[in-house]
Write a protein that binds this ligand. Structure first.
Ligand SMILES: *[C@@H]1O[C@H](CO)[C@@H](O)[C@H](O)[C@H]1NC(C)=O
Ligand SMILES: *[C@@H]1O[C@H](CO)[C@@H](O)[C@H](O)[C@H]1NC(C)=O
Ligand SMILES: *[C@@H]1O[C@H](CO)[C@@H](O)[C@H](O)[C@H]1NC(C)=O
Ligand SMILES: *[C@@H]1O[C@H](CO)[C@@H](O)[C@H](O)[C@H]1NC(C)=O
Ligand SMILES: [Zn+2]
Ligand SMILES: [Zn+2]
Length: 613
């Protein structure tokens, strides 16, 4: 008995060693040797295929300081041209779709007045088959007007919006583009019925109007009339081009889906979503799926549908393509860059270069030498965290521009974490970097409060109970449900990954041995093999709703008056917190006073210019 158990343990130990060495070998293939990325997962082509972009926010130059997203819009145009050639050769269809949010987040779009004047003509060089509007086209009237007069004019019947309207000068509301489109695909001759929807957004400018999806369905007869006039035998596929998060925690598309299924019990339905800036793919039922394709020209989403197969497993594929030239050429199956580029693509790349020059986007203000500063790849307390940098170094440089207010010796400055849009990378710091990191132009305002109250405000706004999706960056939208982890600041642990057989084959076949770069490892309804490039997962640490910079003295009593400074954007939240603390402002001080209009981005510019980082 003793002997057999020793024997068994030896066998187990041996098996474990074999297993470990297998894993090690695979890891070795990935991590050794030069940095060429070449172990890519191939696209699955089928009867109908889609390329999807969303939330580009003006990033048409690509990511100048991050190699894995370093292609530009011209190269993207060459890429889609090459894919269309493949589709046509095989008599399959490929449709290009964009889900909106083309403003705010990059110098190319934001440095001009009105913003988008230079970037939209670049975006428009891509031949989209269908596109829709995002909330960032609706904050300012001039952006909505551009959308109506420039984009819709250019894309005509391909621009869909079923629930957003534009107010003409004579007061009449008209749809942004068309409410629906019924068309036949060029190669497979599939009959497609499509709509465009925006989530229930309520901060639109007064020359526009958003009606929620639910209201359109429940109150506007036109919608169901369209569904009735295109019965299931006339529709092979329903396409919903939306700027709505596809996540199960966001009910809008699920309500829409229930209604669509009443009219079309088994018709294939494909949803395209956006807004929360993540990669995701969801199976709503065996004949309906949804794709969301990230943000900021980091990701090109791909999905394909096999319309004839009986087996669910063969029906759908999805891939999240990293926005770089290696990925583009790999999927185009063209190894030579000069053969890959199209004339039109080169033209657009040149247009981007001259536009950047004209807008002085490359002129350095200063240099970031010490480190990259991250939103959430390191904990909030880490010196490489951008909020650590802001609260410790940048915010303390804020001084009031209002000569008529009384200030106090002690001060707390609060910012919402969503006021920072992107990491700050090492290299030249330019006006472009400023718009990338902090594009928002809000006013600083001030309240005078007892210290004992002021110090409790940030903790209250960060309490688990306070659901404030507008305060954090969009990709943390679902954090509210996971707020417990915030307290611990621990790493989210990914499950142990088994490489699929296909992955192993890919690695075996890759000519150059690939190093695993840091990037997205996406978990969705089809598994975790959706990213075209196998990555070492970046970790997104939880981040709070707000952070504060405290310039306080030790030992002063709690009733000592201090200045509480914040963006007017979060005024409602600050007042809510005061209510929770049962604190009532004096009659004569219940409106915050103007403090400064030196935006966060400007403070950062000045700091980097004067002191460097
Ligand atoms: C407003 O202008 C549009 C487009 O020119 C026209 O179709 C519409 O009838 C006008 N509405 C009114 C109330 O004059
Ligand atoms: C999916 O669609 C096919 C026809 O396209 C139909 O035969 C099948 O029943 C549908 N599956 C479900 C679960 O509705
Ligand atoms: C669809 O799937 C079936 C297997 O169920 C396969 O025979 C067929 O080739 C597929 N179609 C395409 C276009 O890949
Ligand atoms: C505020 O007042 C309510 C009702 O009087 C009380 O329940 C609550 O504990 C108070 N909150 C604080 C922070 O003092
Ligand atoms: Zn967005
Ligand atoms: Zn959005």
């Amino acid at each position: 008995m003793f002997d057999t158990s020793v024997y068994r343990n030896l066998v187990l130990a041996f098996l474990a060693l074999v297993a470990i060495s297998q894993v090690y070998k695979l890891y070795h293939v990935y991590s050794n040797n030069n940095s060429q990325i070449s172990a890519l997962r191939d696209l699955t082509w089928s009867d109908i295929n889609f390329i999807h972009t969303t939330d580009t926010h003006g990033w048409y130059s690509g990511h100048l300081n991050q190699k894995i997203y370093s292609a530009d819009w011209g190269e993207f145009i060459s890429f889609t041209s090459r894919l269309k050639e493949i589709a046509n050769e095989n008599n399959q269809d490929l449709l290009l779709i964009d889900s909106g949010d083309r403003h705010d987040g990059n110098g190319l779009s934001d440095v001009t007045v009105p913003n988008g004047v230079k970037s939209l003509p670049i975006f428009m060089k891509e031949d989209y088959d269908l596109l829709t509007i995002g909330n960032h086209e609706l904050y300012l009237w001039e952006n909505s007007r551009q959308e109506y007069e420039v984009l819709i004019e250019h894309f005509k019947g391909n621009y869909l919006s079923s629930n957003v309207q534009f107010k003409l000068d004579n007061g009449t509301f008209v749809s942004f583009g068309d409410k629906f489109k019924y068309f036949t695909t060029p190669n497979q001759k599939l009959n497609v019925l499509s709509f465009g929807f925006l989530f229930d957004f309520d901060r639109f400018n007064d020359h526009s109007k958003v009606t929620s999806i639910k209201e359109v369905i429940d109150n506007e007869p036109w919608f169901k009339e369209i569904l009735k006039s295109y019965p299931p035998d006339k529709v092979d596929l329903l396409l919903l081009v939306t700027h709505v998060p596809i996540s199960r925690s966001w009910p809008e598309l699920y309500y829409l889906h229930t209604v669509l299924r009443e009219f079309y019990p088994t018709t294939k339905i494909q949803y395209f979503g956006g807004h929360s800036h993540i990669r995701d793919f969801i199976v709503l039922d065996p004949n309906a799926t949804a794709l969301q394709s990230g943000r900021y020209c980091e990701t090109i989403g791909w999905t394909s549908i096999n319309l004839t197969t009986e087996k669910f497993d063969d029906r759908y594929s999805r891939t999240y393509i990293d926005f770089n030239i290696d990925s583009f050429q790999h999927h185009s199956k063209i190894t030579t860059k000069s053969l890959f580029d199209t004339e039109r693509g080169i033209e657009v790349s040149n247009l981007i270069k001259t536009t950047r020059k004209e807008l002085k986007l490359n002129d350095p203000i200063g240099y970031v030498k010490s480190s990259n500063y991250y939103i959430d790849y390191v904990p909030i307390t880490d010196s490489k965290n951008i909020f650590h940098l802001l609260t410790k170094k940048i915010l303390p440089t804020l001084v009031t521009e209002n000569e008529n207010i009384t200030t106090h010796d002690e001060r707390i400055i609060i910012i919402n974490t969503g006021s920072i849009r992107y990491d700050l990378y090492k290299g030249a710091y330019t006006i472009d970097s400023q718009y990338i990191v902090s594009p928002f132009e809000n006013l600083w305002v001030k309240l005078t409060l007892p210290k004992g109250i002021a110090i409790q405000i940030a903790p209250i706004l960060n309490d688990q109970g306070y659901i404030a999706k507008h305060l954090t960056p969009p990709h943390h939208m679902d954090d509210a449900e996971n707020k417990n982890s915030l307290k611990r600041q621990t790493r989210f642990r990914y499950p142990v990954l088994d490489l699929t057989e296909a992955d192993k084959q890919t690695i075996k076949n890759s000519k150059k041995k690939a190093k695993l770069t840091k990037g997205y490892v996406t978990f969705d309804d089809l598994g975790h093999d959706g990213d075209d490039t196998p990555h070492k997962a970046v970790v997104n640490f939880p981040i709070p709703n707000v952070v504060d910079s405290q310039e306080l003295k030790k030992g002063t009593p709690n009733d000592e008056l201090v200045d509480l400074v914040f963006y007017d954007f979060i005024q409602k939240d600050i007042f809510w917190a005061l209510q929770q603390l049962n604190y009532t402002l004096e009659e004569d001080s219940n409106e915050p006073e103007f403090y400064s209009k030196k935006y966060l981005g400007t403070l950062l510019n000045e700091y980097i210019k004067d002191k460097g980082l």
